[in-house]
Design a protein around this ligand. Structure first.
Ligand code: HEC
Length: 111
């Protein structure tokens, strides 16, 4: 094989590998970025979660009240209550696709 072909193949493979590594699965993003407040189980029973009076995402009633577009907005742009930032915006850290997957992930907590 010609050296240039080998180089091209190596570059292609590296792009594929790093491309996959960049988009973390929703479960991983949840554990790394969200669980400190919302809890690994989505119940919001963490120290910060209790202080912030977070909703329990396993409750059917809560799930009904939550709207997909509002969830997307909260994750993308953050949440301010009385002008104070309570949840930061995550659009710099995760892609739009990952945010959609997190919305789906929150839905899965429903008991
Ligand atoms: C610093 C604590 C904190 C972290 C970290 C955090 N959140 Fe939140 N989140 C909040 C608060 C506070 C609210 C507003 C709760 C309310 O309105 O009752 C909220 C609201 C939400 C909402 C809107 C629905 C609702 O219950 O109001 C969603 C969806 C959500 N968070 C998902 C996430 C996801 C996904 C992550 C990780 C990428 C995350 N949160 C990280 C504190 C946090």
């Amino acid at each position: 094989m010609k050296t240039t072909t080998k180089l091209a193949l190596t570059t292609l493979m590296l792009t594929l590998v790093t491309g996959v590594a960049l988009a973390a699965p929703a479960a991983e993003n949840w554990d790394n970025l969200c669980a400190s407040c919302h809890g690994a189980d989505g119940k919001g029973q963490t120290k910060s979660g209790k202080k912030l009076k977070l909703r329990d995402y396993t409750e059917a009633k809560v799930q009904t009240e939550l709207k997909d577009d509002a969830m997307t907005k909260a994750i993308t742009s953050g949440v301010k209550i009385d002008g104070k930032e309570k949840m930061k915006a995550f659009k710099e850290e995760i892609s739009g696709g990952e945010i959609q997957e997190l919305v789906a992930y929150v839905r899965k907590f429903k008991a």
